[in-house]
Design a protein around this ligand. Structure first.
Ligand code: NAD
Length: 717
């Protein structure tokens, strides 16, 4: 097997070690790499001609992505996971104690175990490049840093910065890393290696000391960090904030606080032991397993062509046309330009084109503000987008994305125009509710018509549903899937059917919330129960956000398609009738002031209930009714082949509509609860509210045969 680490000697006894994991896009700390590192360190310790070591990556724009988590789902006991953490800690300890000082020369992402190694090294240099980011993202997988990160980071950057980094798991850019003392030096990528070799030589000669004190950053450090009383305040606040943010659903951030606190209690060995023990405990929690599952499922989808075994090559997409420069059209144009595509944005009038272009520019400028791109890159991206009110510039476009009004006639008309203006192009509709087949009725080339259903706001939401109609061909689908990935989206392929997948499972859930209001349950009681369950916002807040008019239209479509199981709640209709549209109109179920949500609008109650009686029902019942309606619908989607697999259904629900990630998605959650248990609950509900809770056939069959959606502990592919 080819080695991942290659060593070349430089003048002054500096060994330059290049890390380039063969056959992988990223460098990660696999078992093989760890063995190589150990052998390398043995060599360094025994070869006195080596005075210092530089570690640099051979991958373009990536340093080290972190530990290899492939085996994590197979960890059975906390003790096993704790041992793994101990092993990681020992390796980092060796880097720290190595006879020859180690310099980390960082260009590109330096994550998890990569950064824990850097923290143990004698010196860290990073490039001032947008791709260079440093992070300890373990909490995002329900874990804590387990190779000394919780112990060494506070020593480098202080308490408050380390809490921020470890509890959020967010990326820190190189410039900020320098400011907070996470790295020692910032350089241009072209001189990274030379500077690293120079610093290594100086460290080897003792001209730069290996131990350097942390810089004190102002009064905050003195008052809050450098004395035990101040720190106890910081820890207490951190715990309070974390409890509030996680609602008790995510244990890892609290465990991380415990580990960090231990690092301040003086006994180094105890600190590392605490970290390892807590890592072990976290690694076998259900939360961590679900988050790791989602990580693997997302990774598997990145490799999925969307057309199974079909042997087609996606068409390269250099240029696209977009019809409709409204809210969605502008968002799609922005992410397309960000991906380097030439974009022609068409609307019916100049004023609307201008408005759309302005929106594109403001979305892209946000990236500059967040320092994710340079000014030069922004200018290049903006130059890619042109506007038009006819189809000029559409010839040669590979995909035409349609985002005009949600109106079948308008969509059919623009389809015919687009086929004439851009021969050979794939026509991708962003419709939320209209079947693709109906849009394609008059198409000359229905095989090139499909759906690309983006979620709003386009630049933020990670999911894209590519909708396959009966007529869509494999080449068009593969092209839409590949292009969606290029736009940075997680793509699932969904069969053409009302609501597609995400909105379809959302419909009975939101509707059940409305039916609870019909019965007299308080608006905030419904929302609160589902936020506690783990949704980012409650269903009533959600429809206020989406727009009550739009929610009303879509529930009519769902009723037409699925009949009595989707009979809409009366309360929604009544509130719409009263002229309320939600946040955009400043009046919905909640009150809004300058676009900001305030409390429940009490004047809504007389609109939705004739007797003004309020009904009290427990949060458990609210959750059961709304969530089980969604789970049952997700199962139907799988049964009907709307989605190809439970994996797609889980990722679609988490990324598309905010299903709680720590529950893994509807299918993982069904497995957790046990399908027979869910059936029993559905039957009781069906007895009360027939027929909308009638269990899906697939659930009955699975309960009868004792099967699950996922074989235990298997990594999704
Ligand atoms: P919008 O009203 O903001 O934009 C529609 C734009 O299309 C308008 O600027 C309009 O002038 C333009 N238009 C109308 N007829 C046209 C024509 N013949 N040629 C060119 N442009 C024309 O609407 P939106 O929210 O961007 O929605 C667009 C589509 O995306 C709809 O099908 C909608 O269902 C779908 N969608 C919306 C959301 C959402 O959250 N808003 C989410 C997913 C999908």
């Amino acid at each position: 097997m080819t080695a991942a680490l290659t060593t070349t000697m430089r003048e002054g006894g500096v060994a330059v070690v290049t890390f380039d994991l063969p056959g992988e896009a990223v460098n990660k700390l696999t078992r093989g790499v760890i063995d190589e590192l150990r052998a390398l360190m043995d060599r360094v310790d025994s070869d006195s001609s080596i005075r210092a070591v530089v570690l640099i990556s051979g991958k373009p724009d990536l340093f080290i992505a972190g530990a290899d988590i492939d085996g994590f789902l197979e960890l059975r006991t906390a003790a096993e996971a704790e041992a793994l953490s101990r092993e990681g800690q020992e390796m980092m300890n060796r880097i720290e104690r190595l006879r020859a000082p180690v310099v980390y020369a960082i260009h590109g992402a330096c994550m998890g175990g990569g950064l824990e190694g850097a923290l143990a090294a004698a010196y860290r240099i990073a490039t001032d490049h947008p791709k260079t980011v440093l992070a300890l993202p373990e909490v995002q997988l329900g874990l804590i840093p387990g190779a000394g990160g919780t112990q060494r980071l506070p020593r480098r950057v202080g308490l408050r910065q380390s809490l921020e980094m470890i509890l959020q798991g967010r990326n820190v850019r190189a410039k900020k890393a320098l400011q907070i003392g996470l790295i020692d030096e910032l350089v241009h990528p072209s001189i990274l290696l030379d500077v690293a070799v120079d610093r290594a030589a100086k460290l080897g000669e003792g001209k730069i000391p290996r131990e350097r004190p942390r810089a004190v950053h102002g009064m905050g450090d003195v008052m809050l960090e450098d004395n035990a009383l101040g720190r106890s305040v910081v820890f207490r606040k951190a715990r309070e904030k974390t409890r509030e943010a996680t609602k008790g659903n995510y244990p890892a951030p609290l465990a991380a606080i415990d580990a960090i606190e231990q690092s301040y209690l003086g006994d180094r060995a105890k600190g590392f032991a605490t970290e390892a023990r807590l890592f072990g405990e976290m690694a076998v929690t259900d939360v961590s397993r679900q988050l790791i599952f989602l990580f693997f499922a997302g990774a598997a989808l990145k490799k999925d062509t969307g057309v199974g075994e079909a042997n087609v090559t996606p068409r390269p997409v250099e240029k696209i046309g977009i019809l409709g420069a409204g809210f969605m059209g502008a968002g799609i144009a922005a992410i397309a330009a960000r991906a380097g595509t030439v974009v022609r944005l068409k609307d019916a009038e100049h004023a609307r084109v201008a408005k759309g272009l302005k929106e594109v520019s403001s979305i892209l400028r946000e990236e500059l503000k967040r320092k994710r791109i340079t000014r030069r890159q922004l200018e290049d991206q903006l130059a890619l987008v042109g506007g038009t009110i006819d189809y000029s510039g559409f010839a040669g476009a590979t995909i035409i994305v349609e985002a005009v009004f949600e109106d079948l006639k308008v969509k059919q008309t623009v389809l015919a125009e687009a086929e004439a203006a851009a021969a050979g192009a794939i026509f991708a509709s962003n419709t939320s509710t209209i079947p693709i087949e109906r849009i394609a009725v008059g198409a000359k080339h229905p095989e090139r018509v499909l759906g690309m259903h983006f979620f709003s706001p386009v630049q933020k939401m990670p999911l894209l549903e590519v909708i396959r109609s009966k007529a869509s061909d494999d080449e068009s689908l593969a092209t839409a899937v590949a292009y969606g990935k290029k736009l940075g989206k997680t793509v699932i392929v969904v069969r053409d059917s009302p609501g597609f997948y995400a909105n379809r499972i959302l419909a009975p859930y939101v509707n059940e919330a409305g039916l609870l209001l019909d019965e007299g349950v308080a608006i905030d009681a419904v929302d609160r129960a589902l936020v506690e369950f783990g949704f980012p916002v409650g269903p009533i807040t959600l429809i206020d956000e989406v727009g009550l008019d739009i929610a009303g239209k879509s529930s009519a479509v769902m009723l037409g398609a699925f009949g009595d199981r989707m009979v809409p709640a009366a309360s929604l209709a009544k509130v719409i009738e009263a002229g309320r549209t939600g946040r955009k109109g400043g009046k919905g179920f909640y009150k809004y002031e300058n676009g900001k949500k305030q409390g429940v609008d009490e004047t809504v109650y007389p609109l939705i209930s004739s007797n003004g009686q309020r009904m009290l029902i427990g949060a458990r019942d609210i959750v059961e009714r709304c969530v089980f309606a969604m789970l049952n619908e997700a199962a139907r989607c799988l049964e009907e082949g709307i989605i190809a697999s439970p994996r797609d259904g889980d990722v679609g629900a988490v990324y598309g509509i905010g299903f709680p990630p720590f529950r893994g998605g509807p299918f993982r959650y069904l497995d957790t609860l046990g399908i027979p248990t869910v059936i029993r609950a559905l039957e009781v509900l069906d007895g009360r509210f027939s027929p909308r809770f009638r269990p899906a056939g697939i659930l009955r069959d699975m309960a009868a045969s004792g099967s699950r959606f996922y074989p235990d502990r298997e990594k999704p592919r």
